[in-house]
Design a protein around this ligand. Sequence first.
Ligand code: ATP
Length: 599
Amino acid sequence: MNAHGASGTPGTPKLPARETWRELYRHFRPHRWTVLLGALLTLVGSATALSQPLATKALVERLGGDQSITGILLLLTVLVVLGTAVHAVGSYVLERTAESVVLAARRSLIGRLLRLRVPEVERTQPGDLMSRITSDTTLLRTVTTRSIVSAANGSLTFLATIAMMGLMDPVLLGVTLGVIVLIGGSVGFVMPKISKATKRSQEAVGAISTVLERVFGAFRTVKASGAEAREAAVGEAAAQEAWRHGVRSAKWQSLAQSSIGLAVQVSFLAVLGIGGARVASGDISVASLIAFLLFLFYLIDPISELVDAATQYQVGSAAVARIVEAERLATEETGTGSAAVPGGPARVAFEGVVFRYREELPYVHHGVDFEVPGGGMTAFVGPSGAGKTTVFGLIERFYEVTGGRVLVDGRDVRDWPLGELRASIGYVEQDAPVLAGTLRENLVFAAPDATAADIQEVLVKARLDGLVERLPDGLETVVGHRGSKLSGGERQRVAIARALLRRPRLLLLDEATSQLDAVNELALRDAVAVAARETTVLVVAHRLSTVTMADRIVVMDAGKVRAVGTHGELVAGDALYGELAATQFLTVADAGPAASAAP
Ligand code: ATP
């Protein structure tokens, strides 16, 4: 994986303006009434502050008239306290709503990302996807709440002030608007730059997550390769990139903000000049000019609010574009039911299966045909890259076939409800992933309803009972990130126990290429043999000991099934199998001469 490619997850085309509106509105819509409530409360809070001068006037008048001021002072105090409280509540309501917008966006993204189709995840960088959930969603906070209030407030006050100015002198209003439109227009050019810089900055944040995810995913390898400094440099470069674009966005934002001051100052000078001439010619009075200038300064606030809202909109649009990209990745519908479906051992068949992982990649399966009856153990063997693991991926329907059919119990996997199909299958991946958490959590991961007796039973089957007894915390032992506190063999056995606990009708076992010690291997073989009595076991075999106990062996080479039979039959009848058996399957991956010697 190229860490620099991180920001390319998945392509980042610009969202059309209409769609940006629609998307932002979608996030705002459920909260529109709360935002209105928050806006009203802050408005009322601010309005009570305005009534203070009136109360003060009344107070001063009473001072002259020898009247008691206690009542009015009390009223003033109550007014101040009430106003502040109402404003605070309004602020709280707005901030709370902002958090709710972020929560809703995060929840929907988390839900979707966990349902992504496998090929979609392989196209993307998980670190970048994570940062869309954690970081990009926070940028929705302001744009969907406070800046909407600002925009509404700003527009109203702006229009009211403009109307007043128009009443004073339409000519001077024309001058003022001319200057504002001129400077405002140039600010308009800056706006998209804010969005672009924000998006770049967020992409760089995604790249940081990608680097970290990659490093922590192979932490020991990073250390053993002495790659700390190099990986840190990649992460730091991404951080620097985030800073660079963050600073650029800040530059455009402050330019936009300060240009309001400029617009008002220039308008002031223009109004002063032209207004002076109009006073001299007797068109308006000095008082009108002064009042007009005062209104001009009142304009600063609403324009500030409008520019602020527009700036936030740019930031939000950058975020929403990245969120939408993540939301548009294809998901699959597994339904809620993951209960085991009753029935005996499952039958599996491939009929002329043609498959490639992506359109631009070469075919992996060139017409794979085989049939496995219910029950018993079937081993898949063949040189590395023959397409054995891919068979499992197609049965689980992680990928869709390009041609042909995959049948489970005679039914095309595409016709199975996905949840039901997967509930019938227990899958042990080659690298036997163990998740962070406790041993128990890992065991019941595929069967959350397993009882203590069930767990004990599989512990014995997978020869994990001894380990659990030795551990001070037993099943509650925390296994570390990716099970790093367990040995490789223990991880494999945990993965097998997890799959068995699901009581699958079909057990897919992708045998690890690494060797278990003799005792453990024997134990596992027993466990698999026992399982094969009540379920169909398919195993991608890398060990001679595994194939010799299989009821049938499917020999695969270069994306095709070249022979099916028992060990005895194949040793005599298939040259490639003979070679593989001769090398004891120990070095399948490097068995270049052996493999290529096959016809
Ligand atoms: P091994 O014995 O080494 O595990 P295998 O027979 O199980 O090999 P597969 O894992 O099925 O082989 O892979 C078959 C081919 O498909 C390989 O050339 C591999 O590079 C390619 N391949 C496997 N997984 C993917 C994937 N997710 N995306 C793209 N190509 C893939």
